[in-house]
Design a protein around this ligand. Structure first.
Ligand SMILES: Cc1ncc(COP(=O)(O)O)c(C=O)c1O
Length: 380
């Protein structure tokens, strides 16, 4: 089997991730922040350690401003529902995932917000020019993805951050695609809210993600409940991370995530980016001149690690099915929970096949994939 669906979730995981998770489950994994016994204190320390690792990785000054969440969708909803107030004007882009588009469209339909959607160019890029036109005084919140989950195109996140800072716009970045591949610095990029998954580029397990909230951002809790702190109070604590972090935490997941980020730090994020770019380049070289194939991804240097393509006359799901069943190659075909992106790219009828290599793939696997796609094109 060749796994090329790392944009959905990364696989395989580093050995250190597997090891720490199995060790903690075997050794004893108590509830952190609740009881005062030694096993609970160990869990507490482990949870804090990963907060520190993440804070260093994203250049976050205070690790306590990182809130653990079960996935990016949760983090994005907690951010959006947490900061939106009646009458706000919110901007986003047509390249967003439904985890951003659905809550924003629901809020717009209820008459709570006024929503502006920035359109990409023909290649799915959000230009700095289009950002300048929209990100002005009067916009309260701007939500943008770090990189498209359909094409892999990297968005001008730092440029948007500058505009948001100038016009006092709260800036939410969806780092589901690109965290662990593209360096993120919340200070130099002026990011106020950063939603990131543990299970994709950060090489942790499923079931863990995070939300960074800059000090000074007015955010209300999305859910309320037990935090282990202020247990005698009937109301949610206002302190971070407790305000947004109710319920028992995923300690094995958090520890796995810590090891995933440490692995990236040890390898070097630029080496991970270079490896992915190299694999994408092989796909471009191998398939770029095949006349029945259309490519929708930007060249490697503008790309977080996705090769999106279609084969003339074939539905994307059929190509995905053949790659899986005939060749044992795992890709993602269809619409990738990004309906506006597909509308913008003109692929809303048959979708695209998304090939997303990871750090652990090698050149041979990519060459075999090229061969498989060519034989589908030639119907052999
Ligand atoms: C750009 C983008 N945002 C949000 C999500 C949702 O992430 P999660 O599955 O961690 O909730 C995804 C998932 O693929 C994504 O690609």
């Amino acid at each position: 089997m060749i796994y090329l669906d790392n944009a959905a979730t990364s696989w395989p995981k580093p050995q250190s991730v597997i090891q720490v998770m199995s060790d903690v489950i075997k050794r004893g994994c108590a509830n952190p922040g609740r009881s005062a016994h030694s096993m609970a204190r160990q869990a507490d320390d482990a949870v804090f350690h990963t907060r520190e690792v993440l804070a260093e990785f994203f250049n976050i000054n205070d690790p306590m401003r990182i809130v653990y969440m079960p996935n990016t969708t949760y983090a994005l909803n907690a951010a959006i529902y947490g900061v939106v107030r009646n009458g706000m004007k919110v901007a986003t882009t047509a390249m967003e995932h439904n985890s951003v588009l659905r809550p924003l469209n629901t809020l717009q339909n209820k008459g709570i917000i006024d929503l502006v959607v920035i359109q990409p160019d023909k290649l799915g890029r959000i230009t700095v020019q289009s950002l300048r036109k929209t990100l002005k005084k009067g916009i309260d919140l701007f939500c943008m993805t770090l990189s498209s989950n359909v094409t892999g195109v990297i968005m001008p996140v730092a440029e948007a951050g500058k505009l948001c800072k100038t016009h006092s716009i709260t800036y939410l970045v969806d780092a589901a695609q690109g965290a662990g591949v593209i360096p993120i610095d919340v200070e130099s990029m002026n990011i106020d809210l950063l939603a990131f998954p543990g299970h994709k580029g950060l090489l942790g397990p499923q079931g863990i993600a995070g939300l960074y909230v800059r000090d000074g951002i007015d955010i209300k809790p999305f859910i309320q409940g037990g935090t282990g702190s202020f247990s005698d109070s009937l109301f949610q604590p206002e302190i971070f991370p407790d305000i947004l972090e109710s319920g028992t935490l995923n300690v094995p997941g958090i520890m796995g995530l810590g090891k995933g980020v440490s692995f990236i730090r040890d390898i070097g994020i630029s080496n991970i980016q270079l490896k992915k770019q190299h694999l994408i380049e092989i796909l471009f070289n191998g398939l770029g001149k095949v006349s029945d194939i259309s490519i929708y991804s930007p060249p490697p240097e503008q790309n977080s690690g996705i090769f999106a393509m279609s084969i003339q006359d074939l539905d994307s799901t059929e190509v995905g099915y053949l790659l899986d069943r005939k060749f044992g190659i795992c890709t993602r075909a269809g619409f990738h929970c990004a309906p506006l992106a597909h509308q913008s790219l003109g692929t809303a009828d048959r979708g695209l096949v998304r090939i997303s290599p990871g750090y652990f793939n090698d050149e041979t696997e990519i060459e075999l994939t090229i061969k498989a796609i060519k034989s589908i094109v030639n119907r052999i």
